[in-house]
Ligand binder design. Structure first.
Ligand SMILES: Cc1cc2nc3c(=O)[nH]c(=O)nc-3n(C[C@H](O)[C@H](O)[C@H](O)COP(=O)(O)OP(=O)(O)OC[C@H]3O[C@@H](n4cnc5c(N)ncnc54)[C@H](O)[C@@H]3O)c2cc1C
Ligand code: FES
Length: 279
C-alpha cells in the first residue's frame, strides 16, 4: 500500500549522543500493525513542517505504544531544525520502509562491522542478539574517527557486557585500539572466518570489509551491506534512489553483496562509493 500522507509523530525526548548527533525518542499516534512488524535495518520518513521529509533508521523499533528511537546527525536544514524542536513537538511519520537485515541465520557466527553513525542501523540486530531472540553468535567491531565521534553511548555500555564488542579509533585515546576495524578481524576469529557479515558505515569501509571477508573464504551471499541513497517518496515511485535496476527504498537499503555487485553491472565496486554520504 502506498503511504503518501505522513501520520502524527510526537517528539518525546532527545539527548546528545556523539558529535553533532542526538538520540531521539518518538511516539507514533495510533501505531498500525505494519509499525509493530518493523525489523532492524528498515527506515522511516520523518516530516518536519516547513522543512520536508528525510529518511532515518530505527535504533529501537516501534512498540505497541508506538514508542521508538533514532540516532540523528545534524547535516542540513531539516536536521538542524529538528535539533531545535522542544519535547512535545508534533512531527510527521511514514514507514516502515525497505528491507531490513536478514535475521534468520541458524546458529551462525555473525560479525557486525559498523563505522561512525553506521552503528545505528545495526542497533536493532545487536539488541535482538543480546535479548537472545536470534539464534546467532554475534560479535561487533565498531570504528570511529575519535572518542567524541562514537554514538549510542548508553547502548554500547550495555552491549559490551553481553557480547564480544571491539572498538577501534582512527585517532585512539591512550590505551585504546588504533586503526581500521578491518585490522582487528583476527582478534575475534583467528584463522576461521565468521559465517556471515553485516556491515554499515562509510561505503569504502563496507566494501573493504566485504572484500576482506571474501578473501577469507566467506561466500558473497553471506555478506550484507546497508547502502544509503537519496530518497524522496520511499515508495518506489520517484526513482531518486535508483541503483542499477533496483529501487533502494524498496529492495534496500540492505543489500546482499553478490546482488550489489550485479547491480553495478560491470562497474567496479569502489566506483559506486562516490554518491555515498552516511556520517
Ligand atoms: C535509508 C537511509 C537511512 C538513513 N538513516 C539515518 C540515520 O539513522 N541517522 C542519520 O543521522 N541519518 C540517516 N540518513 C541520512 C539522512 O537522511 C540525511 O542526513 C538527511 O536527509 C539530512 O537532511 P537535512 O535536510 O538535514 O540535510 P540536507 O540539506 O538534505 O543534506 C545535507 C547534505 O547532505 C547531502 N545528502 C543528504 N542526504 C543524502 C544522501 N542520502 N546521499 C547523499 N547525500 C546526501 C545533501 O546533498 C547535502 O549536501 C539515512 C539516509 C537513508 C537514505
Ligand atoms: S525514493 Fe522514490 S523510488 Fe525510491
Amino acid at each position: 500500500m502506498i503511504q503518501a500522507t505522513p501520520r502524527t509523530l510526537h517528539l518525546l525526548d532527545h539527548y546528545a549522543d556523539g558529535e553533532d548527533a542526538r538520540h531521539f525518542s518518538f511516539r507514533i499516534d495510533f501505531p498500525l500493525a505494519g509499525d509493530l512488524a518493523a525489523i532492524p535495518g528498515q527506515f522511516f520518513m520523518l516530516a518536519l513542517p516547513g522543512f520536508g521529509e528525510a529518511p532515518f533508521t530505527y535504533v529501537s523499533l516501534p512498540d505497541k505504544y508506538g514508542h521508538f528511537s533514532a540516532l540523528i546527525r545534524r547535516m542540513g536544514a531539516l536536521t538542524a531544525a529538528l535539533f531545535e524542536q522542544p519535547n512535545g513537538a508534533v512531527l510527521g511519520y511514514r514507514g516502515p520502509f525497505g528491507k531490513g537485515w536478514p535475521l534468520f541465520f541458524s546458529a551462525h557466527r555473525v560479525l557486525a562491522v559498523a563505522g561512525g553513525c553506521g552503528l545505528a542501523p545495526l542497533a536493532g540486530v545487536i539488541q535482538e542478539a543480546t535479548s537472545h531472540h536470534l539464534p546467532l553468535q554475534l560479535s561487533v567491531i565498531y570504528g570511529a574517527r575519535h572518542a567524541a565521534a562514537q554514538v549510542l553511548g548508553r547502548e554500547r555500555a550495555r552491549w559490551q557486557q553481553m557480547l564480544p564488542f571491539i572498538e577501534t579509533f582512527d585517532e585512539a585515546p591512550a590505551g585504546r585500539r588504533q586503526g581500521s576495524p578491518l585490522e582487528h578481524f583476527d582478534e575475534l576469529f583467528g584463522a576461521t572466518p565468521p559465517d556471515a557479515l553485516l556491515c554499515c558505515g562509510p561505503e569504502p569501509l563496507m566494501l573493504a570489509a566485504a572484500e576482506d571477508c571474501l578473501q577469507r573464504g566467506m561466500p558473497a551471499n553471506k555478506i550484507w551491506l546497508s547502502l544509503e541513497r537519496r530518497m524522496h517518496c520511499a515508495d518506489g515511485l520517484c526513482g531518486h534512489c535508483y541503483v542499477g535496476a533496483s529501487y533502494a527504498c524498496q529492495d534496500g537499503p540492505t543489500y546482499r553483496y553478490d546482488r550489489y555487485l550485479q547491480l553495478l553491472g560491470g562497474r567496479s565496486a569502489p566506483a559506486a562509493a562516490q554518491d555515498y554520504r552516511f556520517c
